[in-house]
Design a binder for this molecule. Sequence first.
Ligand code: NAP
Ligand code: ZN
Length: 347
Amino acid sequence: MNTPQTLAFGTEAAHLPIKKMNIQRRALLPNDVSIEILYCGICHSDLHAAKNDWGGSTYPLVPGHEIVGKITEIGSEVSKFKVGDLAAIGCIVDSCGTCSHCHEGEEQFCESGWTVVFNSPDKISGGMTYGGFSEQIVADADYVLKMSDKVDLAASAPVLCAGITVYSPLKHWKVGPGKKVGIIGIGGLGHMAIKIAKAMGADVTVFTTSPSKMEDAKNLGADHAILSTDKSAMKDQRGFDMILDTVSAKHDVNVYLRALKVDGSLVLVGLPNEPLEIGAFNVVNGRKSFSGSNIGGIAETQEVIDFCAEHGITADIELINPSEINEAFERLEKGDVKYRFVIDLKK
Ligand code: NAP
Ligand code: ZN
C-alpha cells in the first residue's frame, strides 16, 4: 500500500527543539481526504505537549491543530469535498461515532476516547497521529471542516482551536445581550473570546496581567480592561454572570469567584500543569460554579467557522516561516505574541 511521506516540523524529545523531519501519512481510505496544508496556528497546547508539560507526550511529536489547506485527493466514498476545495482540521480526527455524546455532536466527550490530530494513537492505521506542522495531512472527511474562500485563511486558522474553545462555553453558558462576561488572559484564546463574546452581544470585561495589552483590549472590542495585578481595582469587580479563564499557568482563581454574581460560573479552558486552589467560601457563598470546557464538537466547530466568517472575526496574527517555530515557542512561553503565531507552510 502507498503510504505517503511528508515533510513535517516536530521534536524528538521534550528538551529538544523543533526540527525538520519526514513522517508517514496513512494511505487514503475510502472516506479520507488528503489536504495540502497552507497555514497552521500555534496554540499554547502545542507548546505544552512538545515540552511534555502534562505528561503523556510520545516522540517524535509533530504539533499543530489549527490547520487550513486545500483538498488534493479524495477517497472513493467522499462526497463532502472535491479536489481543490478549501478545508480545515482542528483537534478531533476520529471518535467512536456511536456513543450518546458522538450522537449529540459532542465528540470531545466520546466515551471510547476521541483521536487527537497529534500525539494520539491512530485507531485505524496504528502508530501515532502527527499534527499540522507539516505540508500534508490525511483524515476522515467526517472530521474535516469546510472553509469559505471569502475569509483571510491564515488569520482564520486559529478559529479551529482558539475560536471553538471559547465559542463553545460562551454559547453553553448563554452569553448574549444583558450578560456581564469576564475574560481572563489576552492570549490566543482570550483575544478570540473578546471578539466572539462582543459579537454575541455581551458586556465584556477583560482581565490581563500585561500593562501593554490594556489599550489593545479596547481595540479588540472589550468594554472594560482591568489590570489583574491591581489589587484595589480587582476588589471592586462584582456581578459577572460568567468569567472565562484562558490562563495557561497556575494563578489565583478565588478573586474571580468572588467577582461572580449569585449562581455565576467561572469556566476554565486554560490548562495549567499545576492544580488550582479554591477557597470553599468563594463558591459556597453565592451558589457559584467552578467548571471547565474542552474544545467543541465537529458540528459546533463548523458553526464557529461560519459565525466568524459572518461577523468578520479573524485572529490577530504574526505569520511566520517554519524555520521560526522555535523562536515562536520561546516567545509564546513568555506571553510575547499579539495574539497568535500562524505558520505559513508554503514558505
Ligand atoms: P497564550 O496565547 O499563551 O495565552 C495565555 C495568556 O494567559 C497569556 O497571554 C497571559 O495573558 C495569561 N497568562 C500567562 N501566564 C500567566 C500567569 N502566570 N498568571 C496570569 N496570567 C497568565 O495561550 P493560549 O493558546 O491562548 O492557550 C491558553 C491555555 O488554554 C493553555 O493552557 C492551553 O493549553 C489551553 N487550551 C485549552 C483548550 C481546551 O479545550 N480547554 C484548548 C486550547 C488551549 P495576559 O498577558 O493578558 O495576562
Ligand atoms: Zn489549541
